[in-house]
Ligand binder design. Structure first.
Ligand SMILES: Cc1cc2nc3c(=O)[nH]c(=O)nc-3n(C[C@H](O)[C@H](O)[C@H](O)COP(=O)(O)O)c2cc1C
Length: 364
């Protein structure tokens, strides 16, 4: 058993790491530099005769048996530090008010103490009816996080689903990372069979390939969030942390792999073709037009992390304004393609251009 001073120094280290995880993306540019989501290579078709009234556009949808007022998820982000209380609290309010889904950050920290658990559960307090998604890392599962601990994590926020995040790139660059992925798939499969909420597997910004998607479908997961490249780069975040700890090799690796990954649109298209599971698209989505493009390409839901973080870190009002803006962009896109509802949006025609078109035509 660790003594109480070890536990409190453990908690202090976790809090600092989680604080860095929020502050580094807010204070530095850790977005993709030389790559993109490839969503700019998706063209929706303008409809000069939409035959619908803007105010009648219905953005509601269903995902994993839950009703959403719009196909939007605030992607998994934070918890485990004092700063997260305000952010998760505000994002919880947004999820509740706008009928969005919301993911919490990796909750292993919340197992350490009641104080840390409260930095996550504030979201449920403010969002009694929203679809909230609990979060654990695949690497932690492989390392021995038990099914009972996973259940505690779900209970902590009375979650509607559990996300398992796959972050091999981040584990590689993170100064204290643990790039050990042996046995992860088997643990995912065990959890998908035993836990009584749907299991979603997501990346954190490097995308899911069709080969991985097929393995996850066979493992019995309920949905996949592709979280492709083109947005927040975790190689970049960890590179900046490696700079502070003067870890030159990790810093160099972070620089080299800053833009590594499968662009979000590429990942979404290849996974859509390979599996029947419902998909969430995320990674670099920054507005309602891009969210709409993902629905057209076959995603059930579109998720965003950094834009919600930036807005919620500023103020509660900024978080609401961002949600309003996002919805108006989504509805405007639906109006311009003549889609009165999400099902009509998802069957809209599109054209792929540039490297995305080339990639798709070269799929075997
Ligand atoms: C501050 C921050 C913290 C994050 N923490 C987590 C996490 O704990 N678990 C997780 O699955 N993803 C985490 N992510 C990754 C996001 O959920 C998302 O996959 C990724 O940032 C790409 O989306 P974006 O480009 O919209 O930011 C985090 C992202 C940000 C910006």
């Amino acid at each position: 058993m660790p003594d109480s001073s070890e536990v409190s120094s453990d908690i202090a280290i976790i809090k600092q790491r989680k604080k860095d995880g929020i502050e580094i993306p807010l204070r530095n540019n850790v977005q993709a530099r030389t790559t993109s989501t490839f969503l700019e290579h998706v063209r929706l078709i303008h409809n000069a005769l939409p035959e619908i009234d803007y105010e009648e556009i219905n953005t509601s949808t269903e995902f994993l048996g839950h009703k959403f007022a719009a196909p939007i998820i605030i992607d998994s982000m934070t918890g485990g530090t004092d700063e997260a209380i305000a952010i998760n609290g505000r994002l919880g309010e947004v999820a509740e008010k706008y009928g969005f889904g919301m993911g919490l950050g990796s909750q292993r920290a919340g197992l350490k103490s009641e104080e840390l658990a409260a930095t996550y559960s504030i979201a449920r307090k403010n969002a009694p009816n929203a679809f909230l998604i609990a979060n654990i890392g695949g690497a932690q599962l492989a390392k021995g996080l038990s099914t009972d601990e996973a259940r505690t994590i779900v209970k902590m926020i009375r979650a509607n689903a559990l996300v398992i995040h796959l972050n091999p790139l981040q584990e590689l660059i993170q100064p204290e990372g643990e790039p050990r992925y042996k046995g992860v798939l088997e643990r995912i499969s065990d959890l998908a069979k035993t836990i009584d909420v749907p299991v979603i597997v997501k990346e954190v910004g490097a995308g899911i390939s069709r080969e991985v998607a097929v393995k996850l479908e066979i493992a019995g997961v309920s949905a996949i969030n592709v979280a492709g490249s083109g947005g927040t780069s975790w190689a970049a975040v960890e590179k900046l942390r490696a700079d502070v700890s003067k870890d030159r090799i990790k810093s160099r690796l972070g620089e080299m792999f800053w833009d590594w990954g499968i662009p979000t649109a590429s990942s979404l298209l290849e996974v859509r073709k390979a599996v029947r599971l419902p998909l969430v698209a995320s990674g670099g989505l920054r507005n309602g037009l891009e969210a709409a493009k993902c629905i057209v390409l076959g995603a059930s839901m579109a998720a965003m992390a950094f834009p919600f973080l930036r807005a919620a870190a500023e103020s509660r009002e900024s978080a609401f304004t961002f949600a309003d803006t996002l919805l108006s962009e989504l509805k405007s896109t639906m109006f311009l393609v003549g889609a009165g509802n999400i099902s009509s949006l998802s069957s809209s025609r599109y054209i792929l251009t540039g490297p995305l078109a080339q990639e798709v035509s070269s799929h075997k």
